[in-house]
Structures are given as C-alpha cells and as structure tokens.
Design a binder for this molecule. Structure first.
Ligand code: GCB
Length: 636
C-alpha cells in the first residue's frame, strides 16, 4: 500500500516539474492530422556569413523569389541528397519552404486549435507561417510545436506558406558541443575559410529529420498525460495524471482496453488509478511468450461548455528496479543482450524512414537482441513505439556526447543540458520500453567540474522521473570518475585490443576482468558493458585474425564473451555491442568511409559477427527456459 501511495505522490510531483506537454500527435474523434512530408523547396545560404537569409528576410516571400531553390525530401538529412560536396559538408543556415492548404473547416471553427509540429530539425530552427515567426527551437532530435491558428485566421486566406530555417552549427554550449574554427592563413586556406570541429564519432547530418505536420485539437484539450505503473499479484495499477488546458474544472473520464478492445478498467478525474484485474504485464522480447503487451488508455475530457477532447495513449504495465547487482523488470532479473544503434542510412542520413525502422527491428529480433541504447541522442518517437510493441528494452540517451572540454561543463552548458533532459523525459516518459535514462556518453568525467555537473544532472532527471534509474556512459578510470557516485547502474565502454593494445587479442580477458572487478569493487552497483567491438571492413578476411577483418572482429567478441559469461553470474547485467550497423562519420584517418564496427553493413547485410551474436543471444535467452519450442533458435 505504501508503495502505491508513494507512486501516486511521485506522479503528481513529476508532473509539476514537467510543465506543458508534448504528446505524440494521434487522431481521434476530436483531433485531425495532416502530414506535410514529401517535397519541400530548399536553399542553402552560401553567403560568407551565412546570414543573407535573415538580412534579406527570405521568410517574407516565396523562397523561389529569393534565388535558386532545389527540391528537398522531408524527412531527410540534406547532406547526401545531391552530388554537391559543398552541400554535403555545409555548415550554416539552410532554408525549407512548403505551401499547404489548410482545410477550410479548420479555419472556420474558432473552437479548433491548429498546431504545427516539427518532429526534429537539426540543430537550431526558426519557423515562420506566412512570414510571421511562430517558433524558435534549439537542439536536434526532439520535437517542438507552435499554435498557428491565430496567424492563419488573421491572414489573407490562400495557401499557407511554411518556412523553416535550420542551422547545423554546434557550439560549446549546445548538446552535443562543437565549435567553428576560422583558418585565416591565406597561404594555406581560401579567404573566409572555416570548419566545424566536433568531438563525436558520427557525421553531423542536418536538416528536417522527422515528420512535419499540422494537427488540430479543440481549444479545451488534453495537454499532457503521465502514467506510472505497478502490479501486485495478478492486479495491475496504472496511476495517471492528465493536464488539461482551457478549462478550470473539466470532467475527465479514463478507460483502459486490452488488445481485444475490451474495457478492463475505468476511472474519473484528472488524476487517479486504474485497477486492472488479471493483468497482462509488459514483458521484454524473449523473456515471455506474450512480450510487449500494450493496453490502450482513452482519456476523454469535457469542458464546462460541453466541448470534448479525446486522446488515446498506449500503455504497458511493468516495473523496473535496480539492486546492487541486478536489473529487475517485473521483479525478475533482466540481462541486456542487445545493441547500440544510430539513426543512419544511405542517402537519407538521419532522416526518418519506415522501411529502415521495420528492417532494423526485424534484424534485432533475428539476432535475438532484447535491447538497445539510443546512442547518442533521442531517436524518433515511432522507434520507441515499435520498441514498446515488440518488447525491446531501451536505454534512452540524451544528446550529451562530446562533453570533453572544460568549457562544456560551465553553467550555460549545464542549464541547457537540464532543459534537454526535461524535453526528453516529457516526450518519452510513458514508454514502457524505456527503462533507464542516460544523461551523457563518455564525458570527461575525471575533470573536477564533472562531480558537481553530474550530481545536478542526475538529481534533476530523477526529479523529472522518479521511477526510472539514471546513468551515463563512461570510459574513465574507475578510481577517478567523478560522476559515477550518482548513477544507479555503471555503464562502461572499453575497446581492449583495439584502441588499447591494438592487434593483441590475448590481453582482452585479463583487462576486462580487471575492469569489472575494479568498478564493482568500488561502487557495488550493477554493470553494463555499454560498448565494445572492433572495426571490420565487410569482405576483408585474414586468418589468423588481423585488425579490420571479419575474423578479428569475431575474435574480439568471443574473448569479451568469455568474461561476460563469468561475470554475468554476479553483477554484470548486460552487454551492448558497438555497433548494430556501420555508420557514417566525419572524414579522418581512422575511418574508412565511416565507422565499420557494425554487425551489419550500412545496407543491413550481416558480417560474420552478426551470426556469432545471434547464436549467443538466443542461447542466453533460452537459459531462462520461458520460451516455447517454436521460439527457440534456430526458429526460422
Ligand atoms: C566510443 C564512442 C562511439 C564511437 C566508438 C568508436 O567510445 O562512444 O561514439 O563510435 O567509441 O568506434 O570509436
């Protein structure tokens, strides 16, 4: 009973901290959606200071009237769409524009609220509707919105012109940090030459990466919903909190239906609890034959004037808990046998693409992967929805990557980092697949400001969501890491026989044993090997193994696995391979057209390592003995 009351209290507290909502747009009897994906007009601002678009106010007129435009696909990164090397490597403002007709019925009904939503634009974005600025957003990988009905209704009619300027310049106070470097030596560089430096190992793809859409709600609407779940014996409990805008005393009706559409629980009021008899818990893939069970929660609000709004939220009922040596889902030990990913593919770069998403989930399931980390930034909401439905467990990482410089620990950076965590938790808090927040990847956590920085960051994240553990990914020395005391789970990256002692496979087992014993000895917290691996150029072979061959990659994995198999009896709770697939990086002498540590090529064809991991992951899953015969490897 105490736990239940505590959950309710935490729920109310967490909602207070979160403020306004960012619910995924869904249609319903009271809401409509219009996707604006497809072809947009596009112009990169090649002026020396990249500022001509603003000084000449390109947003005030159709983009074609400002100069030459090209067709651009949305969503997509713009970098690999043309044959132009300058556009591929462009740094600065690019301009997108689309004309759309807004349905007259939306405009005529003054009780309809019209919202423009951008799923993600990398990195800064400014949005105008018919030349009127409606939104400015800083940070890629997360959605932002603007209410635009007043702009549309005050206009002169005709199609609505949406202009979005996007800037891919990172600076030291953004996540991830980067910096522009002017190279002024006229004997070596052209006049005005500059480059962008960044401390992370993936190509800085840019543009409008996720869907742009218009959607409607009534003026009185469900602004946010937060759910927390638990269970006792066979009864599930869904604690919910609904925030409503536009009505002081709305009537709120909530109901929960199972997969068969039958209603299993109802409740009234802005917050409360749904009691679910004979609950179907949300279980991870391969841990239960009915993995990824999702209920549908319908929230219906009615205002004093009779106006109603309906929102349907998918809900999975599960618990998460961390002990000194275990990660528990629904009170059962969970072992992460999974992958690290990137949003990355040929041509579209980081642009959202359904065929790619479905293929990647099929490959993960083929491999027996039960989890992934959203290295090194939040992935599209649709990917998390897939993870919910397929029971794939997610470590949800914010874009805190490349925090290597002393200046990226200053107050301005910290403030921005806290805001990004707020946006991330606000967006992803209701996904059962998300079991842990990662606030950063490989920061310089031995630098003195790191102690204060991570203490604040972890505490803030826990105040936003008291129900999930928090971590960051470290590659520091266990004895000098100043952030590790604040995390719930230690996540360590190491590349023995690759970046250290390259070519010496024989060091792996000894160094990995030492790594685990040191970290566990000091912190007594469960450990995930959050990255390990080696580059393999597909089709390159050598026996005995040599670096960059498929045989070497396979051998590195095998040696790591020997140690995992010992330590997972004790306190190692997971292994995430770096990386699921090859991915693009900046050009440099250690990268051969990108990072080749994938188990799959960038085109998603398996390398030798993929088959090894497949054997291993299915074997681990079978140890639990819960799988019916039909699900056992090799199943298809
Ligand atoms: C790491 C980073 C990851 C890199 C990887 C590598 O430690 O977290 O972003 O891509 O190593 O391959 O170097």
């Amino acid at each position: 009973m105490c736990t239940l009351l505590l959950l309710l209290l935490l729920l109310v507290l967490s909602v207070c901290v979160n403020g306004g909502g960012m619910l995924y747009p869904r249609d319903s009897p009271s809401r409509e959606i219009r996707e604006l994906n497809g072809l947009w007009s596009f112009r990169a601002d090649f002026s020396p200071d990249r500022n001509a678009g603003f000084t000449q106010a390109w947003y005030k007129q159709p983009l074609t009237e400002t100069g030459p435009v090209i067709d651009m696909a949305v969503p997509s990164s713009f970098n690999d769409i043309t044959q132009d090397v300058e556009l591929r490597d462009f740094t600065g403002w690019v301009w997108y524009e689309k004309e759309v007709w807004v349905p007259v019925r939306w405009l005529q009904d003054s009780e309809t609220r019209i919202v423009l939503r951008v799923g993600s634009a990398h990195y800064y974005a400014v949005v105008w509707v018919n030349g009127v600025k409606v939104s400015v957003h800083e940070g890629g990988h997360l959605p932002f919105e603007a209410e635009i009905d007043s702009v549309l209704r005050n206009g002169e009619g005709g199609p609505c012109r949406i202009t979005i300027a996007v800037n891919n310049t990172l600076d030291l106070h953004t996540l991830p940090p980067g910096s522009i470097q002017y190279l002024n030596d006229p004997t070596r560089y052209p006049k005005g030459y500059f480059i962008q430096n960044y401390n992370f190992d993936f190509f800085n793809y840019a543009g409008i990466h996720r869907s742009v859409l218009l959607y409607t709600t009534p003026k009185v609407y469900v602004d946010d919903i937060t759910v927390n779940t638990t269970f006792s014996d066979s009864t599930g409990f869904v604690y919910y909190n609904v925030s409503v805008v536009g009505s002081a005393k709305p009537t709120v009706k909530v109901s929960l239906s199972g997969k068969d559409k039958r209603c299993v629980a109802t409740a009234d009021g802005v917050f409360g609890v749904l009691k679910v008899p004979e609950v179907n818990l949300w279980w991870p893939y391969l841990m239960h034959e009915n993995a990824g069970y999702m209920y549908s929660m319908e929230v219906q609000i009615t205002a004093e004037n009779g106006q109603t709004d309906v929102y349907m939220l998918p809900v999975g009922i599960r618990t998460v808990q961390v002990t000194s040596s275990k990660f528990l889902i629904n009170n059962k030990p969970f072992y992460f046998h999974g992958v690290n990913k990137h949003e990355d593919a040929d041509i579209r770069g980081k642009g959202f693409d359904w065929p790619l998403v479905v293929k990647d989930f099929n490959l993960m399931k083929w491999m027996g992967a039960n989890s992934f980390r959203t290295s090194h930034y939040p992935y599209a909401e649709e990917i998390l929805q897939m993870a919910d439905r397929h029971g794939i467990v997610v470590i949800d990482e914010c874009p805190g990557v490349g925090i290597k410089d002393i200046r990226s620990f200053d107050n301005k950076s910290l403030d921005h980092h806290l805001i990004v965590m707020e946006e991330l938790v606000r967006r992803d808090k209701n996904h059962p697949s998300v079991v842990m927040w990662s606030v950063a990847n490989e920061p310089a956590s031995e630098m003195p400001p790191a102690g204060f920085y991570f203490k604040q960051l972890v505490a803030h994240t826990k105040s936003l969501d008291p129900t999930r553990p928090v971590t960051f990914i470290t590659d520091s020395n266990y004895a000098r890491d100043l952030g590790a005391p604040y995390v719930d789970v230690i996540c360590v990256n190491s590349y023995f026989s690759w970046y250290h002692d390259p070519g010496h496979l024989e060091v792996i087992t000894i160094q990995l044993n030492t790594q685990f014993d040191n970290w566990y000895g000091k912190y007594k917290k469960p450990i995930i090997q959050s990255e390990y691996g080696a580059d393999a150029v597909p089709g390159l072979h050598n026996d005995p193994p040599m670096m960059f061959t498929e045989e070497y990659q396979r051998s590195v994995l095998q040696d790591y696995h020997k140690v995992f198999d010992q330590k997972r009896k004790d306190f190692v709770i997971g292994e995430l391979i770096w990386n699921f697939a090859d991915f693009m990086t900046a050009q440099g002498i250690t990268r051969v057209v990108g990072n080749k540590k994938g188990m799959f090529t960038r085109q998603r064809q398996p390398k030798a390592g993929a088959f090894l991991l497949r054997e291993r992951y299915w074997a681990i899953a079978n140890e639990t003995g819960v799988l019916p015969t039909w699900a056992k490897y090799p199943c298809h």
